[in-house]
Structure formats: C-alpha cells, structure tokens
Design a protein around this ligand. Structure first.
Ligand SMILES: Cc1cc2nc3c(=O)[nH]c(=O)nc-3n(C[C@H](O)[C@H](O)[C@H](O)COP(=O)(O)OP(=O)(O)OC[C@H]3O[C@@H](n4cnc5c(N)ncnc54)[C@H](O)[C@@H]3O)c2cc1C
Length: 248
C-alpha cells in the first residue's frame, strides 16, 4: 500500500505577520516555518496505517528549496521518502495540478492532505487534487479506518458527525480528531539521524499557470490597549463604559 501525504510549509502560528511590496507579498524575513498543523494530524494517521499494514509513506511539497527542512522533519517523524516539486507556488490550483501530475504516475492508494493550509487558508488543494485524479474525496476528516481496501471516514458536520464508506484509492483532508493532539509525533534524535539518509528527490514543475493573482493583503485593525480598573471601583467602570466604550 502506498500513501502520499501532502505537506504545506507554513509560518509558525506565533509568527508576527507583515506584508511588503505595497501589501502584495508576505514578508518571510525572520519567520520560522513548520509543517502545517492539519498535515501533522494526517501524517500521524498515515504513520499508524504504516505501522499496522507495512504501507510506505511519501511526503510531497510544492515549493522552493527553503521548504526542504520541513520535508526532512516529516521524514524524521517517519515518512519513507520525500519529493519536492520545484516551484514557487502562489495559487492553490497550481499546487493541486502539480501534485496531480506527479501522483498520476505513482498509483497511490491513499492521499492525505490537511483541511486547509494555515497560511493562505485557501482550502483549494484537496478538492481540486481529488478532481484531477478522479478519486473519492472526504473533507474535514476526524476519523479514518481501513479494512483491506475498504475505507470508513468520519467527518465533522454542524453539531454532529457523518460516517462515509468507500474504496481505495481515496483522498482525505484531515484535521484535529484524525488523531488526538497528544498522539502527534515529535521527531526523536534517532528519527532525525535516519531522516538525513532517506531520499528527498526534487522534480521539475510542469505547468505553473496561476488562476488568480493577489491584489493586496490587509491586516486586522489593532485592538485598543486594555484599561485596568480596580475591582472595587464601580464608579470608574460605569464612567468609562459610558464615555469611552459608549455601550451604556
Ligand atoms: C500570495 C501567495 C504567496 C505564496 N508564497 C509562497 C512562498 O513564498 N513559498 C511557498 O512555499 N508557498 C507559497 N505560497 C503557497 C501556499 O503556501 C500554498 O501552498 C498554496 O497557496 C496552497 O493553496 P491553499 O491555501 O488553497 O492550500 P489549502 O488547500 O488550504 O491546503 C490544504 C492542504 O493542501 C496541501 N497543500 C497546500 N499547499 C501545498 C504545497 N505547497 N505543497 C504540498 N501540499 C500542499 C496540504 O496538505 C494542506 O494542508 C503562496 C501562496 C499565495 C497565495
């Protein structure tokens, strides 16, 4: 069984986000990049399948050479090989097309992505990738079990859960719940050493056309500073709610 886990390389969630070039580009200076958190849930689920079935795991990223440390981290967690499709993607549809071009040749049984990438939050790649490959797709997956080639996937829906079944090959887009947070794998020293010897191949990107381009980014307005009031000072609280917050 062959599993492909798509890995998005995203800014650490604690990063201070800034834009440059007239608000049209993300300023990556000084930013630490990590595996997209939703992809960590997917990779850990794939690892559990590997442990019970002997499956092989390939991780793929569409990105420049700067994404390789993120792929090496996925190898240290336990993936068997990594592939970087050499491109500078600015559009989810390009990413989906490039991964599809690669995956078509490889006959993966299961493809795992995250529900969305936490940088640009496009949520475009999984659905488009499944469409390009013409395979079943389950989004927002919070549970996944396999019995041979029969798959059972659980999705989160408003106020409840939905359970679906289908046959491999299939694409699932995972999120928290696919495995528990406490089960996420942290690379151990042995894994880090082994990852150095695992194959990381770079393949040229084919069709890098984009379907949309960014006009500008905008940050949310900064919140006003907090005013601390002594717990017993009700008079001042009422005065400020009246004159500053203007809510009474
Ligand atoms: C304006 C702009 C600038 C960008 N600049 C850069 C950059 O400098 N460097 C860079 O590496 N990327 C860059 N990107 C690409 C970005 O990180 C995403 O890869 C791309 O936008 C994916 O689209 P999405 O937000 O719809 O992904 P989503 O559909 O939200 O992602 C869902 C899942 O798809 C998979 N996925 C998404 N992107 C990738 C990927 N690239 N490779 C493998 N799997 C993936 C992951 O499993 C992810 O969890 C840029 C994107 C935009 C819009």
């Amino acid at each position: 069984m062959k599993i492909l886990v798509c890995i998005s390389h995203v800014p650490d969630t604690t990063s201070k986000i800034k834009f440059t070039n007239n608000q049209t580009e993300f300023d990556s200076n000084g930013i630490t990049f990590v595996i997209n958190p939703y992809d960590e849930f997917g990779l850990t689920r794939a690892m559990k399948i590997k442990e019970s079935t002997g499956a092989t795991i390939t991780v793929v990223n569409v990105g420049a050479a700067s994404t390789e440390p993120t792929l090496r981290k996925a190898l240290a967690i336990g993936a068997d090989e990594a592939v970087r499709i050499d491109a500078d993607p600015k559009d989810g549809s390009t990413v989906a097309r490039l991964i599809a071009d690669y995956a078509k040749e490889q006959n993966f049984d299961l493809i795992v992505t995250g529900r969305e990438s936490i940088d640009y939050n496009g949520g475009i790649v999984p659905g488009m990738l499944a469409t390009y490959l013409d395979i079943p797709f389950v989004n927002a997956c919070i549970g996944f079990e396999l019995e041979g080639t029969n798959a059972k996937a659980v999705r989160e829906i408003d106020g409840g859960k939905e359970t679906l079944e289908g046959t491999l090959p299939m694409l699932i887009a995972g999120q928290k719940g696919l495995v528990e947070e406490k089960e996420l794998r942290i690379p151990a020293m042995r894994g880090i050493m082994m990852a150095r010897k695992k194959p990381l191949s770079v393949i040229a990107a084919g069709d890098t056309r984009v379907s949309t381009t960014v006009v500008s980014f905008e940050l949310p307005e900064t919140k006003a500073a907090c005013t601390m009031i002594d717990a017993g000072n009700v008079e001042q609280l009422v005065e400020l709610l009246h004159t500053e917050a203007k809510v009474i």
